[in-house]
Design a protein around this ligand. Sequence first.
Ligand code: PMP
Length: 433
Amino acid sequence: TPEHQMSEEELLTRRNDAFATVQEHYYEEPPRIERGWRQYLVDTRARGYLDMLNNVTILGHGHPVLSDAVHRQWQRLNTNSRFHYASVVELSERLAQLLPAELDTVFLVNSGSEAVDLALRLAWATTGRQDVVAVEEAYHGWTYASDAVSTSVADNPGALESRPPWVHTVAAPNSYRGRHRGEEARNYGPEAAARIAALAAEGHAPAAFLCEPYYGNAGGMALPDGYLEQVYAATRAVGGLCIADEVQVGYGRLGTHFWGFEQQGVVPDVVTVAKAMGNGHPLGAVITRREIADAYRTQGYFFSSAGGSPVSSVVGLTVLDIMRDENLQANALEIGGYLKRRLVELGERHPLIGTVHGCGLYLGVEFVRDRMSLEPATEETAAICERLRELGVVMQPTSDRQCVLKIKPPLCLTRDSADVFVAALDDVLTYGW
Ligand code: PMP
């Protein structure tokens, strides 16, 4: 059978034979998706889906301006950044301009995992130490170092017990559930700060403190007010660097700010970026201060064959141009604000909705069986996502308890599409899943 005529089932069998099955797929019986346009995906039975999940595709699917720019650049030149050409310079300058003045030096890589790996190595090189403090319920990547600091138990139940000895964890700063709720969440910062001071006193002063400055993996939650100010101060007091992993939350998605750390009023020493930066093209970056970047030389050699290539650089520049021309951050603020209000209203009628996290087009609807005990509605969330798919909406669970809807659509989402999503969720919660 020619591949385009093959059934979803046959293709799935071939996938499971040839493609390592540890690389999972969404849905038990996945639709075969071969096309996308703006906030929509289309399967091979010509069924359209509203894509409320694809945070990487920040511009939307199939953007013609991006695809033309890539096509032109591939015809002209693609090589590595040891050659001298303009786009790698322009992209580095544009990224640095988006950040506070002291973050002036850029590395270009191909993924978030690589960016986090490099950020940790910069901290090791700068401080001459290896210990790192990470927060619980975090995902930072799959390479040795980025996996070491990934503490989420959603896919790896033994994550907390199996970290290498140089990784130390502090509680997830989750103000909805966990040790400190609501107002009490202000205790997370001083607790983490005290742990960092204690590690230093034991001879394990951390090279770095690393976290998402807005808690993406936990479901799109703001950190408690003052959290990063307190923890960054404690880290710097013992000579460590503060790394902000903006791979998921940065790049305008929050609407109010371009970067997550801006919401906390701090400036990190090292920022990691990927995902949205390439709209799905493999592209990542580490942005830091000149002296931290220079410290890498003491460790040896840095070269990424495709990092900052002419094609990747043109992708990075074009994504930023389109975001500006289409006012996508402002759209995230407006449509995200509207969607959040509508989801909060839904929560007034459906007790399963414990709360709605997030801001801009980074939202999380958390399902609980009981609003007092906050018992996670994990099985319900999986079933709701399946049912939403039947109704034409792509959605998946997130968080360590897999009870939060991961609402991170392309930033071109419209008010109408937000309404379609709310109506579908309302139907599922009203008529059952
Ligand atoms: N950091 C964060 C916060 C992430 O969400 C991810 C990806 N989910 C990564 C790092 C790793 O990025 P990548 O998949 O591009 O390697």
